[in-house]
Design a protein. Structure first.
Length: 308
């Protein structure tokens, strides 16, 4: 299994800083957003990872972070700071990275990174992620690993991760509608982008984490532009789901859209909360908002594994 991380967006919601710094390289605690996504891919079993970047400086930053720097490693080692460099050294040993530039032509959208990675995929199953979406778990577990295991247990060819939001907020997201398969699994029926209304008290939303087989590439090749001109990966995934069962996997992690300033700030606060609840798991940072247990006088509620 391989992984494709899409980080070629312009980051317009983070302008002007995104002119110089790729939004996926903004820090959540001491690591960039994309490093958290990569760690999730590795935990799920992906050992070959393609990172689709934009041309120019933002793309070079991503390549530099995931390329081993022997001179820097030697500098840290000579000063007895090996522990500081170890997270990077370990990352380089856990996965092989391929960096592919996505041209800035007249086409844009989330389909293009997949098409750019077609040769890299070479017939393998693959995880598809947006590099600026983040899942944080207090228990340190991997939702991608659980998604991968869930797909195998269900005996289906594909799976899509879903976060749960109140129905009143569904209009902000791409909503996953589901059906029950012949084998009794909850599978994808359709993806409705930012519906004007939602009948339920809660909704499953798309969080840009999908596990797909190689034959899904044919569906990406057939996508036509939406009314706004964008080639949307959700169109390919929804079309694939009309012909095949795609397991809907509710995640246990906290979902944060780090592609906008408010979401990125919320992710850092949540990460600080997790660090405060797990001393020694990361830098000592005081969260702006106290942990849920401190606010309510009780511990956060336990999370249940998703049913299949």
């Amino acid at each position: 299994m391989k992984a494709v991380l899409a980080v070629a967006g312009m980051g317009s919601r983070f302008f002007p800083i995104a002119k110089t710094i790729n939004k996926c390289m903004l820090p959540v605690m001491e690591r960039p957003v994309i490093a958290h996504a990569v760690a999730d891919c590795v935990a799920a079993g992906a050992r070959e990872i393609a990172v689709i970047t934009a041309p120019g400086e933002p793309g070079r930053q991503v390549r530099h972070y995931f390329t081993n720097d022997l001179e820097l490693e030697r500098y840290f080692t000579d000063r007895g700071w090996q522990a500081k460099y170890e997270p990077l050294a370990g990352l380089h040993e856990q996965a092989d990275f391929t960096f592919l530039e996505q041209p800035r032509d007249e086409r844009y959208g989330t389909v293009l990174p997949v098409l750019r990675a077609a040769t890299f995929l070479d017939g393998d199953d693959f995880l598809l992620l947006a590099g600026d979406d983040l899942l944080l778990r207090p228990d340190g577990g991997s939702d991608l690993a659980e998604l991968t295991a869930g797909r195998s247990a269900a005996g289906v060819p594909a799976a899509i991760a879903a976060a749960t939001v109140p129905g009143a907020q569904a209009h902000r997201y791409g909503v996953l509608t589901t059906r029950t398969s012949a084998r009794g699994h909850r599978v994808l029926d359709a993806i409705v982008e930012k519906p004007s209304s939602h009948p339920g008290t809660t909704a499953y939303i798309n969080i840009s984490r999908t596990l797909l087989p190689s034959d899904s590439l044919a569906y990406f090749n057939k996508v036509t532009p939406a009314a706004n001109g964008e080639y949307q990966a959700t169109d390919a995934i929804a079309a694939y789901a009309r012909d095949h069962d795609v397991l809907v996997h509710p995640v246990r992690g906290q979902y944060h859209d780090c592609g906008n300033p408010a979401g990125w700030l919320g992710a850092n606060n949540a990460a600080a909360v997790i660090a405060s609840l797990n001393p020694g798991s990361g830098p000592s940072v005081t969260p702006v908002i106290p942990p849920p247990g401190d606010r309510a006088g009780t511990a956060p509620p336990p999370r249940r594994p998703p049913p299949y």
